[in-house]
Design a protein around this ligand. Structure first.
Ligand code: HMG
Ligand code: MG
Length: 296
């Protein structure tokens, strides 16, 4: 049976924009964020405190955090101690760390092996949990790696277990290059749901092969009620060749509502938020519910 409610974690301002070649002004990002909050988004990834040499689009992270209304849970991504310190100084209350199950991807993304990343993250996470900071762990290449191919569910679960042991509040398990199918989604999320009943379990799908909505339905059936999504379907990791946008928030919201699963998000207001960012990006905006909205 389906749940009555599900939670959308909007990742548009972070995942959606990090892959955008044209620099978007902080004020335009902030208008987008404000409009998303108005649409009923309660949890959002605002930005990331990463090297501006690696991801120039996120160089304004401090301003974005400082200027955003702290309603619900507003995450920022942080790769290392420097990012964590800067994010907390800027006023962030909820942090997201990220690591790839696959070594080759992690090297390309963070310039460390997975093991090196985990060794560096452990004391940082333990310290954050002592300070009662909400910590979300984003697990990349949980199904497939662009360099190594298929990733075993056991490897993904083992990595998740370390984070759970360190006390993280949430796992966001990602199909980085949009390659998983609904059978794989169901099987991995059923195992994760069973193994880790006491953390928030979130599914993060990219829509490269147009299987994201099917994968979300499968994860829902496996007991997952939290989904990362990006308004307008923008997104992609600059260090994962072939990765395109995240599943479009407006299409997920529409599907869930039509299935009787409530999200608290207003679809029209969500489309109005996409209208705010569309003129400022060169990457294509998703065509499902947003096109219907524009043509009505
Ligand atoms: P590095 O070059 O190995 O590290 O990069 P470094 O310590 O030598 O630093 C390089 C430069 O960056 C130095 O500056 C540092 O000071 C600076 P320089 O001395 O050359 O002028 N620096 C920083 N600046 C600002 N904030 C910081 C910071 N740290 C160092 N926190 C590093 C290592 C991790 C910094 C780099 O690899 C990096 O920034 N990577 C980020 C990659 C990224 O943002 N990827 C996208 C997010 S993850 C994702 O999209 C996946 C997800 O959506 C799930 C999924 O779909 O799979 C979450
Ligand atoms: Mg992503």
């Amino acid at each position: 049976s389906l749940p009555k409610n599900a939670t959308i974690i909007e990742v548009g301002p972070r995942d959606g924009l990090q892959n955008e070649g044209k620099l978007v002004k902080a004020e335009d990002k902030l208008q987008f964020i404000t409009a998303l909050q108005k649409a009923g988004i309660q949890e959002m990834e605002l930005t990331s405190f990463v090297s501006p040499k690696w991801v120039p689009q996120m160089a304004d992270a401090r301003e974005i955090v400082a200027q955003t209304k702290k309603v619900g849970r507003q995450f920022v991504l942080t790769p290392n101690e420097r990012g964590i310190t800067a994010a907390l100084e800027a006023g962030a209350q909820s942090l997201a760390v990220f690591v790839g199950v696959s070594n080759s991807f992690n090297k390309k993304n963070i310039n460390k092996t997975t093991e090196e990343s985990m060794a560096a993250l452990k004391p940082l996470i333990l310290n954050l949990k002592e300070q009662n900071v909400f910590v979300r762990a984003c697990i990349s290449t949980a199904f497939y790696c662009p360099f190594e191919g298929a990733v075993s569910p056991e490897a993904t679960i083992a990595l998740c277990r370390q984070f759970v042991d360190w006390g993280v509040d949430e796992l966001s398990v990602a199909d980085t290059i949009g390659m998983a199918n609904p059978k794989e989604s169901y099987e991995l999320f059923a195992k994760l749901h069973e193994a880790f009943p006491n953390v928030l379990m979130t599914a993060h799908f990219h829509d490269t092969r147009r299987m994201a909505l099917a994968n979300i339905t499968a994860a829902l059936q496996a007991g997952v009620t939290r989904f990362d999504a990006s308004a307008g379907g923008l997104g992609g990791c600059p260090f994962a060749p072939g990765a395109t946008g995240n599943v479009a928030t407006e299409d997920v919201v529409n599907m869930l509502h039509r299935m009787g699963v409530q999200t608290g998000i207003d679809l029209d207001l969500l489309c109005q938020a996409i209208e705010k960012i569309e003129p400022h990006v060169t990457n294509p905006v998703a065509t499902g519910m947003y096109t219907l909205y524009k043509n009505q």
